[in-house]
Write a new protein. Structure first.
Length: 299
């Protein structure tokens, strides 16, 4: 081997060692945003967006990829979206069941920079944030990941999680108290089965138009069943998914003479609400208010 070749060999060996060293840097080394400045987080839809903002506060930059007013399940990522994910410090999504389109993007991304904040098990209802403590579990995963990626602000992220924990406990109590004494417990929901866990937790009798899968497989037969149920029962209102099926809910209400009230899945957000900075907690408080009104509960 010539002198030049030996020098080159040593150089290459050093470079390889350097790359290995960077990858296996000791746990105690402070970590932070790749580009300096604030940690850059991109999220799929509104649930992870709102929770990331809640935990990251002023210390992170958050961008939502699914535009406001868009249904998250059938979203098709543009090249711009794929680049935004690649350039971010962290990509937070809910779960493969909620956003199937994330899976192609994830294939080209290293695991430490992507987080499924919700459940990844296929047999679990993916709408976990529809109960206060399900949302807290998601927020906790986000807080842990942020603290891990940005050690400088870790204490702040944990503090924000503690604050959120208190708000979640208050929200849970408000649901328990607010739905304790109602004339009806039947929630007729002209939408997909997003409120199963919520109904289970607060002992409501939920009747949704379609399943959890977001495929919109509602049948005329099921619609007729709901109408029959309303006619013979104590039902005074039907609940609707504002951005998905308001016309269908209005048709049912027209047939039966009951009111229409929105229930928010928080999966999608209207442009107006997004600009006004409505949070997950705001939507859940509104859901409680509408349930109390529709079920005629004593507050
Ligand atoms: Zn859903």
């Amino acid at each position: 081997m010539s002198k030049k070749a030996v020098a080159l060999f040593i150089l290459l060996a050093l470079a390889a060692f350097g790359a290995w060293w960077l990858r296996t840097a000791p746990e105690s080394a402070p970590r932070g945003p790749r580009t300096g400045g604030k940690l850059r987080v991109v999220t799929s839809g509104y649930v992870p967006y709102s929770l990331a903002k809640q935990i990251g506060g002023e210390d992170i930059e958050v961008q939502m990829l699914v535009p406001p007013g868009t249904e998250p399940h059938h979203f098709e990522p543009t090249p711009g979206v794929i680049i935004a994910v690649k350039e971010a410090d962290l990509f937070v999504y809910t779960s493969p069941a909620i956003e199937p389109w994330t899976q192609d993007i994830l294939a080209g991304l290293d695991g430490g920079r992507a987080l499924a904040a919700g459940p990844v098990e296929e047999d679990q209802d993916p709408h976990v944030w529809m109960t206060p403590y399900g949302a807290l579990a998601m927020a906790r995963r986000i807080a842990n990941t942020l603290a891990d990626l940005d050690t400088q602000h870790a204490a702040k992220y944990r503090q924000n999680l503690k604050t959120f924990e208190k708000e979640i406990a208050a929200l849970h109590r408000a649901f328990q108290d607010g739905l304790a004494d109602c004339k009806s417990r039947a929630v007729v929901h002209v939408g997909h089965l997003a409120f199963g866990e919520l109904a289970h937790t607060y002992e409501l009798d939920l009747r949704s138009l379609s399943g959890t899968s977001h495929q919109g497989e509602h049948s005329v037969k099921r619609l007729a069943e709901l109408v029959r149920f309303i006619r013979k029962g104590q039902v005074r209102a039907v609940f609707t998914e504002e951005l998905v099926s308001p016309e269908l809910a209005r048709t049912v209400a027209g047939e039966t003479g009951v009111r229409v009230l929105p229930l928010y899945t928080v999966e999608e957000v209207s442009k107006r609400d997004f600009e006004q900075g409505k949070t997950y907690l705001d939507y859940m408080r509104q859901n409680l208010k509408n349930l109390q009104e529709g079920l005629q509960c004593k507050a």
